[in-house]
Write a protein that binds this ligand. Structure first.
Ligand SMILES: Cc1cc2nc3c(=O)[nH]c(=O)nc-3n(C[C@H](O)[C@H](O)[C@H](O)COP(=O)(O)OP(=O)(O)OC[C@H]3O[C@@H](n4cnc5c(N)ncnc54)[C@H](O)[C@@H]3O)c2cc1C
Length: 427
């Protein structure tokens, strides 16, 4: 088993198929800069790149290596909107500001497409998404989702069971909602491409340089094991892997484990019998299955959920079982890679943005939709540093409940999880 901040797992498919891996030095001694970014995932690198493009000197300190956290391990699904859906956001902020938030989330997708094109990042970007109904009753939920997305101008199509059966090689699902404007990609290659772009724009990246302490206030200082960074501003983007580095942030999110497997390459023809039009797919369960084909035609199948803070050793067997329940024909497909990672979730599944001491900005808790939200929240923090905080302030208005702290934290969540699992099973 490996714990949240451990590094003993087998390499993921993404690591094994990374375009190239540039090593960055360890931070030793003292450096001065305009902005110190903590964490080199989508959020931190997005902020760093945007800030450097605006003329700021930027230093990134990463505890492990670029993309080591959730950004280099995830399902690669480029989702629309927020994990919570729009209703709780409308209830908190009212319809006009909720619409602004939705447009901000949509910009997250546009950033990805723009950066891939501008920096020629080879990361197998594909558009098309299927939300599939895991239970007959879920078709009503998908109709509700369609109505909500339509209000926000998104193109969708409801598919009945027969039409879905023509597109997906399984009869497990009861229908689907197809979205043209969501998609999937190789997340680590995108992350590494962003790091290259950031370096080209003048950003300094230090790896194996965990921030151990952050002094906020007028002259913030970020301490690492062997060095320190004096900056005018700090951007904290450690998300589910931050631990207790910034105390007030710890109870605002919970790291939830999720797991993936990648099969051997299946060949174009067999792959197309599984997902005909190469969409990303996710089901409607609370503990959901999500899957897609990789660029080299492997099935990448994810799901599961753990609140215990450890990644189990038997991911291949567990996820293999889940995968063959959906695609029995894959029983003979070899599983080449199995890995896991931690998603930062908030109680209400709405992202958590804010400031500490006026000069430290943070964004975390994208609750399973950080591919787009991490990218855009990086930009919002860059805007806030540059004194254009209107959009950051809007998202920082989301109200959050902390998770329980202390010894009841994990048992309570395990109980909650058991309840949701039961609900998924009962239909
Ligand atoms: C298995 C899995 C599947 C997922 N699937 C999807 C999906 O399909 N679609 C989707 O939208 N989202 C998905 N997510 C969520 C998504 O990956 C995350 O929301 C997103 O990557 C968060 O990016 P981030 O940059 O905020 O955090 P991370 O990518 O986790 O980066 C944080 C970085 O900060 C570093 N760090 C932490 N503490 C410190 C410190 N003290 N000092 C220095 N560095 C530090 C970490 O080492 C890490 O590299 C998934 C997540 C997981 C784990």
């Amino acid at each position: 088993m490996s714990a949240v901040n451990g590094d003993s797992e087998a390499p993921s498919y993404y690591l094994a198929s990374a375009n190239r891996y540039v090593e960055h030095p360890v931070l030793r001694g003292e450096v001065r800069t305009d902005v110190c970014v903590v964490g080199a995932g989508f959020t931190g690198l997005s902020a760093a790149l945007e800030l450097a493009e605006r003329g700021y000197r930027v230093v990134v300190v990463e505890a492990e290596t670029v993309g080591w956290g959730a950004s280099g391990r995830n399902g690669g699904q480029i989702c629309t909107g927020f994990s919570s859906g729009m209703e709780p956001i409308e209830a908190q902020l009212g319809p006009d500001d909720a619409r602004k938030c939705f447009e901000i989330a949509e910009e997250g997708k546009a950033i990805i497409a723009e950066r891939i094109a501008r920096h020629a990042i080879a990361c197998d970007l594909k558009w098309g998404y299927l939300h599939v109904a895991a239970k007959p009753g879920a078709m009503a939920d998908l109709s509700g989702m369609q109505a909500s997305l339509q209000r926000y101008g998104c193109e969708t199509e409801l598919l009945d069971r027969e039409s879905l059966r023509e597109r997906l090689g399984t009869d497990r699902y009861h229908g689907a909602l197809h979205e043209a404007g969501a998609g999937h990609f190789h997340p680590l290659n995108y992350c590494l491409g962003m790091a290259d772009a950031a370096i080209a724009a003048g950003v300094e990246i230090y790896e194996h340089s965990r921030a151990t302490r952050i002094e906020s206030g007028p002259d913030p200082v970020v301490h690492t094991g062997e060095g320190l960074v004096r900056a005018r501003f700090v951007v904290v983007a450690g998300n589910a892997y931050l631990g207790r580095t910034v105390k007030p942030l710890h109870t605002r999110i919970m790291p939830v484990g999720s797991f993936l497997v990648a099969t051997e390459p299946l060949g174009e023809e067999r792959a197309r019998t599984l997902i005909r039009d190469d969409e990303a797919v996710a089901d409607t369960n609370y503990v959901l299955d999500y899957f897609r084909l990789s660029g080299d035609r492997r099935m990448i199948f994810g799901g599961g959920c753990t609140y215990s803070g450890v990644i189990p050793d038997d991911i291949a067997a567990r996820m293999g079982r889940r995968m063959t329940r959906i695609f029995p024909g894959l029983a003979d497909a070899r599983i080449d890679y199995a890995w896991g990672g931690f998603i930062g979730i908030t109680v209400n599944r709405i992202p958590d943005l804010g400031t500490v001491g006026g000069t430290v900005f943070y964004a975390q808790g994208f609750s399973g939709q950080g591919v787009t939200l991490g990218n855009i929240c990086g930009r919002l923090m860059a805007e806030a540093v540059a004194g254009q905080a209107e959009r950051f302030d809007l998202m920082a208005r989301f109200r959050h409940q902390p998770f329980p702290g202390g010894p009841v934290r994990t048992p309570l969540l395990v109980l909650a999880m058991a309840w949701y699992r039961l609900r998924d099973m009962l239909g």
